[in-house]
Design a protein around this ligand. Structure first.
Ligand code: G16
Length: 543
């Protein structure tokens, strides 16, 4: 096999964000762009010759081409074997599962998550370490530094590898094993949940819909829900993965998963609805005409974890990202287990899970998961809910209402302002932060400011510090306003405004979140001059 060393020039914009490097497809298609980043990863991770790598993606446009390039570069960089999902497909949690199950050196996942795909859409790439989780910041920062100095990359001269059939082929000295992308993951799910009870629930007439949004979870949903759990054909909608996601926006929220939302809020709605995103790690849970916030979903799962066989022994602890509501904290307090507050980004949970400090993790950004893998996991959350529904016999709505009555309700919402000019978004953040010295003690209507800060996290395991993680304004009654800039967009800046209030009285809990939070929304707008500075009257998305 002929290995070429191709001269290249460094790029200065290959800084991984919240979850890997995400750019427009056209940027990745530019000469040497993908190759440089992949070589930077290989240079930094220092895999011993003969190591095994996992490779797969969410099937979006450019997935197939990128897989062939990475296979040839892996061969040229001394890997002994690559496990690749058939047709280049692996959902993010399935990739994490495969890395762990086969003890590989790590894996490369091709995805821009919930961002739209297609020739004009987004593409992304990230590296996961041997624990199955996203590389921590010390690795992503080293990769970025390397990318700014890289002057050549290595690639094998070889024909493309056929990826449509399971089995092993050779690429020079390296083996390429094409694996079933679904089987290992589906087996893991079956080991964690009471499939018998869920099967009986469905047999008894319980109706559900799962919207795969033309993204990666279609084949996973069909195998698990329709084949193994016996849900009728058609339970999985939009189940055919398409390179452009059917021109949709594969983000499971009330705005973008509108087909499912119409079904669940329509006549004769099913009992349960759920959706997942581009790469299968996010989830949205719906009851009949009822939306479960991701923060509540984490809390409900934590409170009912013992109902699932894989968690019957109890939870070591829970963790949530800072902007996620404190609903899970209340459950943890009652269970007498620790609750950790981390910056946004699943990579921050890895150390806690590896050290056995937490079992469940969750984020307001429609992410829930556990130590079964090291990624958030959309279908896992769906199955956890089905397990809870099967064991309690209650509806989604009843489970949440009872939960609020017991623990109190953390009323929660996130307002996103997408595609802002970066300087405008930065100006809003600076303006808010500039008031921090004067705010504590000030009263705004019924709310009195208790503290404000720019969230900083010291990892309790390795002592690493991550500063500048979001502006928090906390009030005496436990309510909160948070301003944060997204780290996953590819165009301009997205400003996120997170709002949270607490209502302990069951008689006042069944209120519309936007109405209940109106006072806090007003304060947030006054403090940030959001409308004046952005010219936006409304958020782009409210979740
Ligand atoms: C990624 C991260 C999550 C994070 C989310 C939103 O999810 O893995 O941890 O919460 O982005 O991040 P941001 O608020 O910075 O946009 P995904 O599903 O996009 O990989």
């Amino acid at each position: 096999m002929n290995i070429q060393t191709v001269p290249s020039t460094p790029f200065d914009d290959q800084k991984p964000g919240t979850s890997g490097l995400r750019k427009k497809v056209s940027v990745f298609q530019g000469p040497h762009y993908l190759e440089n980043f992949v070589q930077s990863i290989f240079d930094i991770i220092g895999a011993a010759p003969g190591s095994t790598l996992v490779l797969g993606g969410d099937g979006r446009f450019y997935n197939r081409e990128a897989i062939q390039v990475i296979l040839k570069m892996a061969a040229a960089n001394g890997f002994g074997k690559v496990l690749v999902g058939r047709d280049g497909i692996l959902s993010t949690p399935a990739a994490s599962c495969v890395i762990r199950k086969y003890g590989t050196f790590g894996g490369i996942i091709l995805s821009a998550s919930h961002n739209p795909g297609g020739p004009d859409g987004d593409f992304g790439i990230k590296y996961n370490t041997a624990n199955g989780g996203p590389a921590p910041e010390k690795i992503t920062e080293a990769v970025f530094a390397r990318s700014k100095a890289l002057e050549s990359y290595r690639i094998a001269e070889a024909p493309d590898v056929a990826l449509d059939r399971i089995g092993e082929t050779a690429l020079g000295d390296m083996k390429v094993e094409v694996i079933d992308p679904v089987a290992d993951y589906a087996d893991l799910m079956e080991s964690l949940f009471d499939f018998g009870a869920i099967r009986d629930l469905i047999k008894g007439g319980f109706r559900l819909r799962f919207d795969a949004m033309h993204a990666v979870t279609g084949p996973y949903g069909r195998e698990i829900l329709e084949q193994r759990l016996g849900a009728p054909a058609g339970t999985v909608i939009n189940g055919e993965p398409l390179p452009d996601f059917g021109q949709g926006h594969p983000d499971p929220n009330l705005t973008y998963a509108h087909e499912l939302v119409e079904i669940m809020y329509g006549e004769d709605a099913p009992d349960f609805g759920a959706a997942s995103d581009g790469d299968g790690d996010r989830n949205m849970i719906l009851g009949r005409r009822f939306f479960v916030t991701p923060s509540d979903s984490l809390a409900v799962i934590a409170a009912n974890a013992a109902l699932a066989p894989g968690y019957a022994a109890g939870l070591a602890g829970v963790a949530r990202s800072m902007p996620t509501s404190a609903a899970a904290d209340r459950v943890a307090a009652k269970l007498g287990i620790p609750c950790y507050e981390t910056p946004t980004g699943w990579k921050f949970f890895g150390n806690l899970m590896d050290a056995g400090k937490v079992t469940l993790c969750g984020e307001e950004s429609f992410g829930t998961g556990s130590s079964h893998v090291r990624e958030k996991d959309g279908l896992w959350a769906v199955l956890f809910w089905l397990n809870i529904l099967a064991k309690t016999g209650q509806s989604v709505e009843d489970i949440v209402y009872r939960h609020w009555a017991e623990y109190g309700r953390n009323i929660y919402s996130r307002h996103d302002y997408e595609g802002l000019p970066s300087d405008v978004a930065a100006g809003v953040m600076e303006h808010v932060a500039s008031q921090f010295a004067a705010l504590p003690g000030q009263r705004f209507g019924e709310y009195q400011v208790k503290f404000c800060d720019d969230f900083s996290y010291t990892d309790p395991i390795d002592g690493s510090v991550s500063a500048g993680q979001g502006l928090r304004i906390g009030f005496e009654d436990g309510s909160r306003i948070v301003f944060r800039l997204s780290g996953t967009g590819t165009e301009g800046a997205t400003l996120r405004l997170y709002l949270e209030a607490f209502e302990p009285d069951p008689a006042k809990q069944r209120v519309d979140a936007q109405l209940a939070l109106a006072g806090l929304i007003g304060i947030a707008h006054d403090l940030s001059q959001l409308k004046q500075r952005t010219g936006r009257e409304q958020p782009t998305v409210i979740t």
